[in-house]
Design a protein around this ligand. Structure first.
Ligand code: ADP
Length: 445
């Protein structure tokens, strides 16, 4: 196989079309040759001519076999082939009828094959070889075997013309092919560009569609929220008045603390209701620098009074060296409360809820983790959308509103899974100072 490969060279892409034309010319030549020799009555030297044509047939077969492997037989020796062809055609003519033989036209075919396959230098040398072969033939015959001076001049003249025209044709074919390649390249680039633009437009369209859907959802939600706020507002004012009246009375410290907490919670409810009423045109919120430990503590204090089935809230350990944040106090406390209550719900009886606070790259991280069953796969992808809940008495608004609040503070509310096996929620807020601190706050439910 190696020897066979050594006798050939691989075809270049630009030689492909030319190589097949050359093969066709060779096959036509061989078949024509056999027909002329064997069908002409009284042909001279038919056995010798058939033998010579056998060489031509063998060469053409080999050329075809190599072509099928995308190689050119003896492609590295083009001049050797030209020389052999000049000799081969000269011999065919010699054993046929001399300078009048039909085989003299093979000179033209051979030159044509050469210029189609090779460059101008090989083309002109081949032309020269054939002219020499023809001259020797013409000089070696006389009388009837020659068609006179005209024939002598005509063959070389046609050879020169064919070489010149073939080379020019080959050049323009190559130029046309290059131009086509360039055009094809730019067409492929434009198509790719178009596909990218199409994908980008489709993405933009999908985004706009999603935004519109979300806006519609929000508008409906706002309408509903405003309705609820209006309905709940009146009884809430009544309850607030009663609590204020009770506060004026004489009570022991525990009852007073509970009344103060009630008053605080009711005040927050009024604020939330006001915001719900104004849903869609956010009110200006006053921000203050708050200690995150205070906010977490406030949320934990309130959480104590929320009855969770089977849950037990131990006295929490609150670290006071966590970084501070610029925030609307009630809102961030509300976020922590929502997350703590959710964690307590999920953890259930004898469950564990952990709060971790740390500062990382100028951001404050508060993680609330529990050892409950984790987030349900059913709602995982829609967790932060309104009204998504798995609880029979849930509203599905806690996480949705919490994320909105955290986003408004330039932070993020993320979910993940921690080491306790349950869910983990992380509130990330920009901190106002760079105090490096970390703490673990533990409560057992
Ligand atoms: P709600 O508490 O009214 O259901 P939320 O928006 O606070 O509304 O929570 C939505 C849902 O997210 C809950 O119903 C629950 O399925 C799930 N979820 C929230 N926190 C947790 C948690 N810590 N562990 C498991 N699931 C949770």
């Amino acid at each position: 196989m190696n020897i066979l490969h050594a006798l050939s060279v691989p075809t270049r892409a630009d030689e492909d079309a030319g190589a097949w034309i050359v093969l066709k010319i060779r096959w036509v030549g061989v078949i024509f040759g056999y027909l002329v020799v064997n069908l002409t009555p009284g042909a001279l030297n038919a056995p010798v001519l058939n033998g010579l044509l056998g060489f031509g047939l063998a060469f053409t077969l080999l050329d075809t076999w190599y072509r099928r492997q995308n190689r050119i037989f003896l492609g590295q020796y083009p001049l050797f082939i030209s020389f052999m062809e000049a000799l081969f055609i000269g011999l065919l003519c010699h054993f046929d009828t001399g300078a009048t033989s039909s085989f003299r036209y093979y000179y033209f075919l051979s030159v044509l094959c050469c210029v189609l396959r090779h460059g101008s230098m090989v083309g002109w040398i081949t032309c020269l070889c054939h002219m020499v072969s023809w001259s020797v033939l013409w000089l070696s015959v006389s009388g009837e075997a020659s068609d006179g001076m005209l024939g002598a001049v005509l063959v070389p003249s046609v050879l020169v013309w064919l070489t010149w025209a073939g080379l020019a044709l080959g050049r323009s074919l190559r130029e046309a092919r290059d131009e086509l390649g360039r055009l094809n390249g730019s067409l492929v680039r434009s198509q790719a560009d178009l596909e990218v633009r199409f994908a980008e437009r489709t993405r933009q369209l999908q985004e706009t569609q999603a935004q519109m859907l979300q806006q519609e959802k929000m508008a409906n939600f706002g309408l509903l929220a405003a309705g609820i706020a209006h309905e709940v507002g009146n009884p809430l004012t009544g309850v607030s008045n009663i609590v204020q009246l009770l506060q004026r009375g004489d009570h022991d410290s525990k009852t007073r603390e509970k009344l103060d907490l009630m008053a605080g919670e009711l005040a927050r409810m009024r604020v939330i209701l006001r915001e719900l009423t104004e849903f869609g045109r956010p009110a200006s919120r006053e921000r203050s620098v708050c200690s995150i430990a205070d906010l977490v503590g406030e949320a934990l204090r309130v959480a104590k009074y929320h009855k969770r089935p089977g849950s037990r809230l131990r006295q929490p350990i609150v670290a006071d060296n966590l970084p501070r944040v610029l925030c609307v106090r009630g809102q961030i406390a509300q976020v922590f409360l929502n997350l703590i209550l959710n964690a307590l719900d999920a953890a259930g009886e004898d469950g564990i809820v952990e709060l971790r606070g740390m500062e990382q790259d100028g951001e404050l991280l508060v993680e609330i983790e529990d050892n409950g069953p984790g987030l349900s796969e059913l709602i995982k992808d829609h967790l932060f959308e309104p009204f998504v809940t798995t609880k029979t008495n849930g509203t599905g608004l806690g996480l949705y509103l919490s994320r909105r609040i955290v986003d408004d503070h330039g932070g993020r509310l993320e979910m993940g899974s921690g080491n306790l096996g349950g869910a983990l929620f992380r509130v990330v807020l920009p901190s106002t100072d760079k105090t490096q601190s970390g703490s673990l706050l533990g409560i057992n439910s």
